[in-house]
Design a binder for this molecule. Structure first.
Ligand SMILES: Nc1nc2c(ncn2[C@@H]2O[C@H](COP(=O)(O)OP(=O)(O)OP(=O)(O)O)[C@@H](O)[C@H]2O)c(=O)[nH]1
Ligand SMILES: [Zn+2]
Length: 353
């Protein structure tokens, strides 16, 4: 089952592998990341894997592997050593408070790679946090994957107001309704993930992510706990975060995602297009939308087209990003600034009304 041909392997990856790999090396996909090692699915076997020492140098291209990565490895004594990461199609990242030196070099922490969808899961039984939704949407748009909102627990009959609110908070993002209790909406969601495609689950604790994985799989996923932190224990079970579904799609539910607190800067403007479009019409190009004359954003707030809270969130996220820039190294900072300059320039091309 864990044959890379079923796990999203593509002609582009095969080409990259052929160009880079040396004799004796194999390709695999990372299906789990534990504290000291990875689980690597290769053709014919799933192996415990570790990174080659030189991958820990901060100038080593992609940094360290993450769940979903396709890698080049070699096998020695039944275990794999990862030598290189194959090109990533998409990457889901967050900016973190305690960046490691690998992260600092890139100004972000990548959590998952080569994903096609980000399923933002929220339960119909509780209010969702708008701030959190905005962050997740930002990160999802920044990843290069397609974001999709999954509302669970529709069997409780409380979903309608949430669907209305989501249409306002996440304009243009598809909303899918499911019940993990009755199974309603599950086949349609499973069918959405095409063969070789990977959907990443994100969402707060208790929204029903684990139940959703079980439903999509059609069986209870194996409880996963491996206790060999001291190196003496035996590694007997394969624990995984990436699951293969009937129909050929994959679902990725990784603990790394559960601690998400921040977002990826690139996605921010996409998550706030209602504001950025208006901001481009402000009289001053550096308008802070506070008390400047001719501010199109304030105007929209005053006549109720945009909620003041939404602008406050946008301003706050911008400020957090500025903080991130200050703590990052010069290279990361320059990259972020360049990006924003381009974004602003694009916005200014809009006519001033
Ligand atoms: N009524 C109803 N209850 C659900 C549904 N999905 C999940 N639940 C319940 O909600 C609770 C949380 O579900 P989980 O699947 O554990 O949620 P989770 O997102 O994986 O939570 P964490 O593991 O803490 O991240 C459980 O008591 C589930 O039985 C649903 O569609 N309908
Ligand atoms: Zn303004």
């Amino acid at each position: 089952m864990d044959d890379i041909d079923h796990l999203g392997w593509s002609p582009a990856l095969a080409r990259a592998f052929a160009e880079t790999a040396e004799p004796g090396q194999i390709a695999g996909r990372i299906i789990a990341h534990h504290r000291g090692h990875y689980e690597l699915a290769c053709t014919g076997a799933t192996l415990r894997a570790q990174c080659a020492g030189r991958m820990h140098h901060h100038d080593a291209g992609y940094g360290l592997p993450v769940v979903g990565d396709f890698v080049i490895a070699r096998i020695e004594a039944g275990a794999a050593t990862i030598d290189a990461i194959l090109p990533r199609r998409t990457k889901f990242a967050r900016a973190v408070g305690d960046l490691t030196r690998h992260d600092v070099a890139r100004g972000e922490q990548i959590i998952a790679a080569n994903i096609d969808y980000v399923f933002i899961v929220t339960g119909a039984d509780a209010d969702f946090s708008v701030r959190r939704l905005e962050r997740l949407l930002g990160a999802a748009f920044g990843s290069g994957a397609v974001p999709l909102i999954v509302v669970t627990k529709t069997d409780l009959g409380l979903a309608a107001p949430m669907i209305v609110q989501l249409a306002l908070e996440a304009p243009g993002v598809a909303v899918h309704q499911v019940s993990n209790r009755t199974g309603e909406g599950i086949p349609a969601l499973r069918a959405l993930i095409g063969p070789g495609q990977t959907a990443l689950l994100v969402g707060s604790s208790g929204v029903g992510k684990s139940s959703l994985v079980n439903r999509l799989l059609g069986y209870e996923r194996q409880a996963t706990s491996i206790t060999d932190d001291n190196g003496r224990g035996r590694h007997t079970t394969t624990s995984r975060d990436l699951f293969l579904l009937d129909g050929g799609g994959m679902i990725l539910d990784t603990p790394g995602i559960r601690a998400i607190t921040q977002w990826q800067p690139e996605g921010l403007d996409d998550a706030f297009t209602d504001i950025t479009v208006l901001a481009a019409q402000c009289r001053f190009s550096d308008c802070r939308h506070e008390a400047e004359p001719g501010c199109a954003v304030r105007e929209a707030i005053e006549d109720g087209r945009i909620e003041a809270r939404r602008l406050a969130d946008y301003v706050k996220l911008n400020r957090e990003m500025a903080y991130l820039e200050r703590r990052g190294d010069k290279r990361a900072e320059a990259a972020v600034k360049r990006q924003w300059r381009e974004q602003t320039r694009a916005n200014r091309r809009r006519p001033i009304s």
